[in-house]
Design a protein around this ligand. Structure first.
Ligand code: SF4
Ligand code: SF4
Length: 374
């Protein structure tokens, strides 16, 4: 019996509770228990919390700036934080196209370009890491489903016939935005951003949440309840930005790789996966839904069974959580630092313009994108 085996080797069946039926282990695989300490989730939670705190700080600063402009400069002067442009993903995509097409960095709202590029690069290199490591909405979603699991003892999954069509919603939303932007020339984008509407589009977004109507409160309430019940409800079904990051991540050189020989088929990885991917059944995870969170790797009990690895290096040195955090941090701070050092971060608008436009932000007319197409 296993009592005579070395301490790191146990009969897989002795895992007991996690094994539904001894028949699953047709080959009677042995568990070589991993001895390394996986700190990936602690690191990820810290990165998520830090980015959430940064966004709350930016939000507060932006609110104080808007109040200053709304009161005609009566409250304490606070400058507009350019980081708020990270909350304008559509504009980020527009500015990205503008830069590619014109060969020039945007003069107005350039931070939108740099933040979009940083998030897209992170997702390109480290799976959809923007969603799993940085996005504050993703972080709040994760807090909510974990709270829901505490409250109800579990999370719920939608049946496959509903899950699949709902998952396509975010791609439909994305294709709408991509189509609209694809019809705009670089000049049209520049015209849109420089219009009174484009200059205070961030203020309009803030006002949307400050002055919510009944329908908005109702929709947000439904989303909140759904997020308690279903893991990452918003990200999984509705977020077009996440959909775009997912499509980009399909070209990522990193992927979760499972070594069949070392795996004991306990299915702990699949159970832990917030994207409900069948990690225990696949050899590689290439899905656009994989957010590179490493939860599956963290719970895997078997030595060398599951790891994040560079393409073509299966079985070799795995990529650790701290390396993902360092890579994502390097991209983010590298691009933001470059933009700041080269004076491509702030929008160079006189305060007088904001004093005039911010109080009337909701009255500004959309410059009718169609008029500026080539
Ligand atoms: S496969 Fe692993 S890394 Fe990808 S989402 Fe699932 S748990 Fe996270
Ligand atoms: S890869 Fe998944 S199924 Fe295999 S041992 Fe690890 S957690 Fe269990």
């Amino acid at each position: 019996m296993a009592a005579q085996a070395p301490p790191t080797v146990e009969v897989a069946l002795s895992e007991g509770k996690s094994v539904a039926s001894p028949m699953r282990h047709s080959a009677r695989k042995k568990l070589i228990r991993r001895e390394d300490h996986d700190g990936s989730q602690r690191i990820r939670f810290a990165v998520q919390a830090a980015f959430l705190a940064l966004n709350l700080w930016i939000g507060l600063q932006f609110y104080l700036f808007v109040r200053w402009a709304e009161t005609g400069g009566q409250t304490a002067a606070v400058s507009r934080p350019s980081g708020v442009e990270g909350w304008l993903p559509i504009e980020g995509l527009m500015q990205f196209k503008y830069t590619l097409w014109s060969g020039q960095l945007p003069g107005l709202h350039p931070a939108a370009f740099f933040l979009f590029t940083a998030f897209a690069l992170s997702s390109l290199l480290f799976r959809k890491s923007f969603c799993g490591w940085l996005c504050p909405v993703g972080t709040v979603s994760e807090y909510l489903w974990k709270l829901g699991r505490r409250l109800f003892g579990r999370n719920f999954s939608l049946p496959a016939w509903l899950d699949l069509p709902l998952r396509s919603l975010k791609y439909l939303l994305l294709s709408f935005f991509v189509y609209a932007i694809s019809t705009m020339s670089a000049a049209a984008i520049a015209h849109f951003v420089a219009s009174p509407y484009g200059l205070v589009v961030d203020v309009r977004m803030l006002n949307f949440f400050r002055f919510m109507g009944t329908a908005t409160v109702l929709v947000l309430g439904i989303l909140g309840v759904a997020s308690l019940l279903v893991r990452n409800f918003w990200c999984r079904y509705l977020c077009p930005y996440g959909a775009l990051m997912g499509l980009i991540s399909l070209f990522s050189p990193l992927r979760i790789v499972r070594q069949k020989g070392a795996c004991i088929d306990c299915a702990k990885c699949a159970k832990a996966c917030p994207s409900a991917l069948p990690v225990d059944k696949l050899v590689q995870i290439r899905s656009a839904e994989c957010i590179g969170c490493l939860e599956c790797v963290a719970v895997c009990p078997a030595k060398d069974a599951l790891a994040l690895q560079w393409m073509g290096s299966a079985g070799k040195r795995p990529v650790r959580g701290w390396q993902v955090a360092a890579g994502v941090g390097l991209i983010f701070f590298g691009l933001v630092g470059y933009a700041k050092l080269t004076n491509h971060w702030q929008t160079p608008l006189p305060q007088q313009v904001y004093l005039r436009l911010v109080p009337t932000a909701n009255e500004q007319q959309h410059p009718m994108i169609g008029e500026h197409r080539e």
